[in-house]
Design a protein around this ligand. Structure first.
Ligand SMILES: [Zn+2]
Length: 386
């Protein structure tokens, strides 16, 4: 089995479902071109039957990029017909069709039975396949589905022509080891599983989307469905930048992606600004504080060797440099470092004197900035200036 992980980006479909984050077709094209440059393998561009805007976006994105373009459908004839039409210009089009697979979805969402759902799934897969595109089947709420039934469903849709089968944890319910076991179970029990790529699509309701995605990949899945900044329904989807950097950082996983990590920060900022959806400062990889050090002990250790407190070089994700934030908790090492960046070379007694003055300023202000340091130096007569 190849260890190359396909990155399926759904920022423009699942991510765009967030209230207030809707983008125009032109804006989607800008993001899609950047996603292509970033190195994603497939872009899910919309749900064509849901609105004329989504239909148009799938049409225009299909023209605009050379990577795979995917259109979402329910397992209904009219959905698949409209998606196929929207994908007409795609260099590599994919229809993403599917149906609920858990008993709760089967009974209360579809008022149906396992047998009827299985029949519908096989029919929809075959019908989509006949359109001449790649077909991905999603078994909605697979995280809570009966495993034996899920295995039967997966085997049946692969037999019907599915190229990719998506095993979503739609509700973000699973624990990583159990989600991983679900994927492993499918590899053990689905006879034709090697004819398709297994995909993982996790939601973050319990903060486990990334962990579950990695668990799925470790158990044989070879496609990860992700969004920039982890945006998506409710608590969001798996974050693209987290999955990409976990794979890049942990060589022991023996996996690769096509992602150029140096473009991650740029994409994060673009999507955040366009969707007017701020990134939380402590967000892994792309948050404003992801490479900022503020406590004295950490600053001292970081300045001696960045590897003491950083496992990723900020330049690898496109962040220009780490930052040393000066607060009342900072020590002499951090103050000296920031003074040196401003061109000052304080001696030991000068630094001691400056540090006493610095603490007074830092107690008054939360964050001591360069202008404060310049004033501090000007008001410290002992100092031999640059
Ligand atoms: Zn989803």
């Amino acid at each position: 089995m190849s260890n190359r992980i396909q990155i399926f980006d759904t920022t423009l479909r699942d991510g765009e479902q967030v209230p207030g984050c809707q983008l125009s077709t032109d804006e989607k094209i800008v993001v899609a071109r950047k996603l292509e440059e970033l190195g994603v393998d497939v872009i899910e561009a919309g749900f064509p039957i849901s609105s004329p805007g989504d239909f148009l976006s799938v049409v225009e994105l299909s023209k605009a990029v050379n990577v795979g373009v995917c259109a979402l459908t329910r397992s209904k004839k009219e959905d698949i017909d409209v998606a196929a039409e929207a994908l007409h210009h795609a260099k590599r089009g994919r229809i993403h069709t599917g149906i609920g697979s858990s008993d709760v979805h089967i009974k209360t969402k579809f008022n149906s039975t396992r047998e009827k759902v299985l029949e519908q799934a096989v029919w929809a897969t075959g019908y989509a396949k006949a359109k001449g595109y790649e077909v991905e089947f999603f078994a909605e709420d697979a995280g809570r589905a009966d495993l034996a039934f899920l295995a039967k469903l997966v085997e049946s849709v692969i037999a019907a022509g599915a190229d990719v089968v998506n095993i979503p944890d739609t509700t973000g319910y699973c624990l990583p080891h159990l989600y991983g076991k679900r994927i492993a179970y499918l590899f053990e029990h689905v006879k034709n599983i090697h004819k398709a790529t297994i995909s993982v699509h996790c939601h973050n309701d319990l903060g486990l989307a990334t962990a579950n995605t990695i668990a799925g990949l470790m158990n044989g899945a070879r496609q990860a469905e992700v969004t920039i900044n982890g945006i998506g329904e409710r608590a969001g989807n798996t974050s693209l930048e987290e999955v990409a950097m976990i794979i890049q950082t942990h060589k022991d996983l023996e996996m690769t992606t096509g992602i150029n990590s140096k473009k991650l920060y740029e994409l994060s900022t673009l999507v955040s600004e366009m969707m007017r959806m701020p990134v939380q400062p402590n967000k892994a990889i792309v948050g404003a504080n992801a490479f900022a050090h503020s406590s004295g002990i950490h600053q001292d250790g970081f300045l001696k060797n960045s590897e003491n407190y950083e496992i990723i070089n900020p330049a690898d994700v496109g962040v220009p440099s780490s930052s040393i934030i000066l607060t009342a908790r900072s020590g002499r090492a951090a103050l000296k470092h920031r003074l040196e960046l401003l061109g000052y070379q304080p001696s030991k007694p000068e630094l001691d004197q400056l540090y006493d003055h610095f603490l007074i300023v830092a107690d008054e202000k939360k964050n001591v900035v360069d202008d404060d340091l310049i004033t501090l130096v000007a008001n410290t007569p002992l100092l031999v200036q640059k």
